[in-house]
Design a binder for this molecule. Sequence first.
Ligand SMILES: Cc1cc2nc3c(=O)[nH]c(=O)nc-3n(C[C@H](O)[C@H](O)[C@H](O)COP(=O)(O)OP(=O)(O)OC[C@H]3O[C@@H](n4cnc5c(N)ncnc54)[C@H](O)[C@@H]3O)c2cc1C
Length: 499
Amino acid sequence: MIQEVLVLGGGSAGFLAAISIKRKIPQLKVLVVRSTAIGVIGVGESTTPNFPRHLFDYLGISRKRFYALAQPTWKLGIRFLWGSRGSFDYTFNFQLDSHYGDLKKPTGYYCDDDFNDASLPGALMRRDMAFPRQANGAPDIHPWHAFHIENKKFIEILEVIAKEEGVEVTDGKVTGSERGEQGIAAVHLEDGRRLTADLFIDASGFRSELLGKALEEPFVSFEKSLFCRKAVIGGWERAHDEPILPYTTAETMDAGWAWRIDHEHLINRGYVYCPDFISDDEAAVEFQRKNPKAKVEPRIVNFRSGYYERQWVGNVVAFGNAGGFVEPLESTAIMILCSHIQMLVDFLKHNDLEPTPTMRALYNEKTANTWDDIRQFLSLHYKFNGKLDTPFWRTAREQTDVSGIQDFIDFYQENGPTGFCRYRLPRSENDFGLEGFLVMMVGNQVPYQKRHQPTAEELQAWQRRKAEFAIEASRGIRSEEALAYVKHPGWQWNSDAQG
Ligand SMILES: Cc1cc2nc3c(=O)[nH]c(=O)nc-3n(C[C@H](O)[C@H](O)[C@H](O)COP(=O)(O)OP(=O)(O)OC[C@H]3O[C@@H](n4cnc5c(N)ncnc54)[C@H](O)[C@@H]3O)c2cc1C
């Protein structure tokens, strides 16, 4: 039976795993071993809505305390500077996978030319508003938001919470490991310590010390679908007159794309590119040209997209970059981290801490599916982005491997943005839902045959609906004002009051 857990790594994956395991299975002894000399990767600042849900609903962390310490900003979705229409917004609530009663067809059929104000979240994003406003002036904080959060600040806070939960934390560098019947028997530290455990969580980042290096689990590469493997990073301090944008921006660049993440006091940008089409120096020049205010970090971040075939081997489970990573276009790393942690906790509890081989196999099948869902989703982003005609984008359009999702593409190209498309997705319950896939197809104006010619009446109904969203959104509340509300000592979160 598992009694002791050793977590290797003190980044977001290691600490979030340690806190979650300890909180949900308190009888376990949990130790985090991490090397402050190696440090953390220091990127990973844009999230999806399952992240606040994990923190507040799953772990029960106080919102008031979290907002005070971590200083997150809100993210309603992603603004894509992308595709033939130049720009479109992907929100975390329904825009296109919806069907209004006064319209004949689902929403997507009315968005061929104009994708603006198709929903309230879309209308809010378009006006840089974070939330609708309540009658008393306060923000109506909806559940379909995620966070932008500074990586190092986040990890500092996680460490504090982990210790409060009873997780032990020690500084040390793992230099080797001993194999045992179950997988790993012990790890060896540079300072001479030998640490044993029943379950090892590998959260050592891209080094993947246990799963990748010690156990030599094969890596499944996504290089045929996702060509980018480097990033240049930079940012600047927010000026007074620069609004806090309540979304991540993904901007098409010559040989990849660039993110913009708005923190309260900082604006962070990064250019993700494919070195087969641009040198590091050229990428830095393009990045600087488009972001003249940015201080460009001298380091280049290297990564590869893919995952280790099995995430759970013997007594080793990997989380975070140690288990896999898919380039950051949809900010999926923390999303997948939270969902895999919850899955592991469920599996451990269900097995009374004595996991069976078939349960491990099921876990590996389910986690492999989540990695592949992301590959398929991101491959659409590259296949259909017609914004630029550079060698990189021509190659992306011609050569991106969309295997697994070709049925969906064929079905869409014949029938258009219908809800029936969900039956042509390999797994309709994936993290993005049909909504995400439709936004990519409609946003990029992928042609389809069965176009709908709305009547004048329908068009009127559609315009009326959009106008209503626009009016409500223009009365909305920006991030700056909403932050002032939630930071006020009198602000009360319902969930904290209940806790
Ligand atoms: C360019 C880029 C952009 C990204 N953007 C996003 C984003 O917007 N959103 C998102 O969700 N994710 C993003 N990610 C992924 C991001 O890296 C992860 O979300 C996350 O922050 C990484 O956490 P980690 O804990 O797995 O790794 P790390 O932060 O690297 O932590 C690894 C830990 O293991 C320790 N360690 C390693 N080896 C040893 C050893 N031998 N002995 C002791 N300790 C050791 C390290 O000291 C560290 O504490 C991005 C990644 C890249 C490359």
